[in-house]
Design a protein around this ligand. Structure first.
Ligand code: NAD
Length: 355
């Protein structure tokens, strides 16, 4: 099926092309077959890689493509979906688990099917989350630069033992549960908040509590719930005042869970002691691009970067070989299922949002 793939980078091409060939060639897999075909079959789908982000201005590029493939900062609000539908698109395949950027009601109205990759490597995100915590606490980023400059002083690098610290996990699905498991190994005390208790997390000794109790007891708070209308700015000024002074806050989920201006105010008065972000609410104009020769025009983001106790990575928590291979394989599988008229097991609908 002809598919327009937006926001592609070299790594997307590499992994999607490999998965597209592997899907068409059952002999290329584990090498178990002793009778390979004489010629390599054509790839399963006709993938057209486009560099631009999907926006109202670029939606025209997808004209005539039955399928469009999009990533986290592509815009899938109603006007874009309407343009895609007008151009003949019938499937939107997200290369992400999160689908907060897609207007599912509009998609349903336009009879556009939307599929996603519900889980690829929760390990990648969980490991990066704990990496951010360690880096913020022990200041690896500063130590690295210092030692390379011949500065072997330890002044300013003092950290704390994570052992016996209380970590609050908001959202204990696939990623939150893995973070709990890793931190349990560190000897942390765990408190958790979710509307559905995860027995795996409870079995680690985590106590499920109301959000206010989590805020008031945790030394470290880490966010792993999805972005929904209910969780938008979950961490606002009111929530921050309920947290311990000097709290470490980590967000590797979605930027808009945190009200950045409120976080900046709390950093300025010392209420937030450490802030680790892999996501930012206005990341769409920044992340995934090399802007090192340009002026950053987002003053709020620029202010964030001035704090010595803030560490930002540019939405890279998912970025491992295993995750990219799995995203590519499942995306090709989603396209194939749609083309063959099979049941779309990874379809996202408004009903899923309400669950
Ligand atoms: P998941 O669906 O397995 O788990 C999400 C959990 O959050 C569920 O248990 C759900 O009940 C809970 N939840 C929903 N609303 C809540 C609320 N208001 N308060 C508390 N808990 C709530 O999802 P996952 O695979 O663990 O992913 C979590 C999030 O991580 C995704 O929504 C996505 O936004 C983000 N993510 C980020 C990256 C990255 O690279 N930074 C990569 C993948 C996913």
């Amino acid at each position: 099926m002809r598919t327009a793939i937006f926001s592609t980078k070299t790594y997307d091409r590499e992994f999607l092309t490999a998965a597209n060939h592997a899907a068409a060639n059952p002999f290329s897999g584990d090498g178990a077959s002793t009778n390979p075909p004489a010629a390599t079959p054509p790839p399963q789908h006709e993938l057209v890689f486009l560099e631009p982000r999907l926006t109202p201005e670029t939606a025209r590029l997808a004209e005539g493509f039955p399928a469009v493939c999009a990533f986290v900062n592509d815009q899938l609000a109603a006007p874009v979906l309407e343009a895609l539908a007008r151009g003949g698109t019938r499937l939107v395949a997200l290369r992400s688990a999160g689908f907060n950027h897609c207007d599912l009601a509009a998609a349903a109205r336009l009879k556009l099917a939307v599929v996603r990759v519900p889980a690829y490597s929760p390990y990648a995100v969980a490991e990066h989350t704990v990496g951010l915590m360690l880096a913020l606490n022990r200041k690896y980023h500063k130590a690295y630069a210092r030692v390379r400059e011949g500065n072997f002083s330890l002044e300013g690098l003092l950290g704390f033992d994570l052992r016996e610290r209380t970590v609050g996990i908001v959202g204990t699905g696939k990623i939150g549960a893995l973070v709990a498991r890793i931190l349990h190994g560190f000897g942390c005390r765990l408190v958790a908040h979710d509307m559905h208790e995860n027995p795996e997390v409870a079995a680690l000794g985590a106590r499920y509590v109301a959000l206010d109790e989590l805020y008031s007891t945790a030394d470290v708070i880490t966010l792993h719930c999805p972005l929904t209308p209910q969780t938008h700015h979950l961490i606002d000024a009111a929530a921050l005042t309920k947290m311990k002074r000097g709290v470490m806050l980590n967000n590797t989920s979605r930027g808009a869970l945190v009200d950045t201006q409120a976080a900046i105010a709390a950093l300025k008065d010392g209420h937030i002691g450490y802030l680790g972000l892999d996501v930012y609410e206005e990341e769409g104009d920044l992340f995934f691009e090399d802007l090192s020769n340009q002026v950053i025009r987002d003053d709020i983001f620029s202010r964030l970067l001035t704090f010595p106790n803030v560490l930002v990575t540019a939405h890279q928590a998912f970025f491992t070989r295993e995750a990219l291979a799995s995203i590519a394989q499942q995306t090709i599988g989603n396209l194939t299922a749609f083309e063959r008229g099979e049941k779309l097991v990874n379809e996202v609908t408004v009903e899923l949002l309400r669950r």
